[in-house]
Design a protein around this ligand. Structure first.
Ligand code: PLZ
Length: 440
């Protein structure tokens, strides 16, 4: 596809007539449970825009939920996928393996936190990676209890749902859930005002007294909450938890599915505090939009599973692996971690100005190009999901793809692709500012 013009273009109302037609077809063919954030159908995307069937060019502030970090159809991904697809599309790594899978695991060993000996296994989705990380931790420790945190999101499969905190829409009506899953309090500076050390002590007390360390196989944590509201734990929280886990022989799993691969201005969110997890789950940004996920961890832990104990028909599909290698090369060549920091600084200054004008913005937080504002009744922490939805709807109508998140649906999150030009970034924030003014 020819390079897309990097401009916001509104040719019709949003949604336009062809999207409306397609939405009607969707209702007749696609299960209702599969919702959409915007009622527009895409035909192209790249740089910082998504183009719809009516010729509208929308500014992308979502990256397909933190997936197309390097931009849609990035040149190295397109080339790598095209080459691979002409050679072979699938043999199944468990039948006749291929080099791409091994090469991705070598890259994961190199890039994930810590310079210890590592091994990886590849899967199709984030949820599958999380499930496998828990399987591996249980096999290694021969213990069963698993701890997740308040506001956590780890996926939609049964065990991942059990680990996920929020009922509607993720868990509602879908139980019973996997057993031996416990929940600990997360550090949420805006709401609990605790230091990292104090929040860690509070969580550790739950692990110790309510779960019992002798039962505890692993704790799984997002180093920055994703769906739960882009909460950055207070400094010291993650290091204290990781140190406690290491002392107690509990496997520390960092779910970097949303925060990984340059999004936060470093390779992984754990890198900001030099936290070295025992296991890291990755997906989303790893392969520029192709489905791929991984579990990477200490060699002795990963290799404690019997031969044949890990796998799946498509896990580490050759086309997805080629895309991942192209994607990583794109990140390194263009130093996209630095670009994420640059975008983060620009977003921070625009959002600070916005917060000064609108008391409804209670908190501004995030790292790099993973930034959010939390909307609350002025001067309180009472969530304001209604205003959040109104601001978001305004942005959508004006051609900016924005996403919300948070346990109370009152967090507005910003996840632009790192390929977005500065001009579009500024224009999208002009629209966000208008949206706040128009909905006041
Ligand atoms: N762990 C930290 O962010 C996926 C969910 C979108 P899958 N987050 C987006 C939705 O509503 O389904 C996610 C995540 C973290 C795990 C997952 C799950 O990854 O690839 O969606 O299975």
């Amino acid at each position: 596809m020819a390079e897309l013009e990097q401009r916001r273009i509104l040719k019709t109302e949003i949604p336009g007539p062809r999207s409306i037609e397609l939405m009607a077809r969707k209702s007749g063919a696609v299960a209702r449970g599969v919702g959409t954030t915007m009622p527009v159908f895409a035909v192209g995307a790249g740089g910082g825009v998504v183009v719809d069937v009516d010729g509208n060019s929308l500014i992308d502030f979502g990256s397909g939920i933190a997936v197309t970090t390097i931009g849609n159809s990035a040149p190295r991904v397109v080339a790598a996928v095209r080459d691979q697809v002409q050679l072979f599309t699938h043999t199944c790594f468990m039948i006749t393996p291929y080099e791409g899978y091994v090469a991705v695991c070598e890259q994961l060993a190199r890039l994930t936190p810590g310079d210890h000996e590592k091994r990886s296994a590849l899967f199709n989705s984030g949820a599958e990676a999380v499930e496998n990380a828990v399987k591996i931790a249980r096999a290694y420790t021969k213990k069963q209890a698993v701890v997740a945190f308040d506001h956590a999101y780890h996926g939609r499969t049964n065990l991942a749902m059990a680990l996920t905190a929020k009922s509607m829409p993720y868990k509602f009506g879908f139980g019973p859930f996997a057993g031996e899953v416990y929940r600990a309090p997360m550090s949420y500076p805006f709401r609990d005002g605790l230091s990292g050390e104090a929040a860690a002590a509070r969580a550790i007390d739950v692990l110790d007294k309510q779960v019992g360390v002798d039962n505890l196989a692993c704790i799984a944590i997002e180093p920055i909450l994703g769906e739960g509201g882009f909460v950055v734990p207070a400094p010291g929280f993650l290091p204290a938890l990781a140190a406690w886990a290491a002392e107690q022989g509990v496997v520390f799993i960092a779910d970097e599915i949303q925060s990984g691969f340059c999004r936060t201005g470093d390779w992984f969110a754990c890198d900001h505090e030099d936290v070295v997890p025992d296991l890291v789950t990755t997906a989303k940004g790893i392969a520029g939009g192709l489905p791929l996920a991984g579990v990477t961890g200490r060699a002795e832990l990963m290799d404690s599973v019997h031969v044949g104990g890990l796998g799946g028909t498509y896990g580490g599909n050759p086309v997805a692996c080629a895309a991942a290698l192209g994607s990583i090369s794109e990140m390194e060549t263009h130093d996209l971690a630095a670009r994420a920091r640059e975008i983060g600084a620009a977003m921070h200054s625009r959002l600070t100005a916005l917060q000064e004008r609108h008391a409804v913005i209670g908190d501004l937080r995030g790292r790099g190009a993973m930034m959010a504002i939390e909307l609350c009744a002025p001067g309180t922490t009472d969530p304001d999901p209604v205003r959040t939805a109104a601001v978001s709807a305004y942005c959508h109508q004006q051609g900016v793809v924005t996403l919300t998140c948070g346990t109370w649906g009152n967090v507005f999150r910003f996840l632009p692709p790192l390929s977005i030009p500065d001009s579009l970034l500024e224009e999208a924030f002009d629209v966000v500012a208008e949206a706040f003014a128009a909905t006041a």
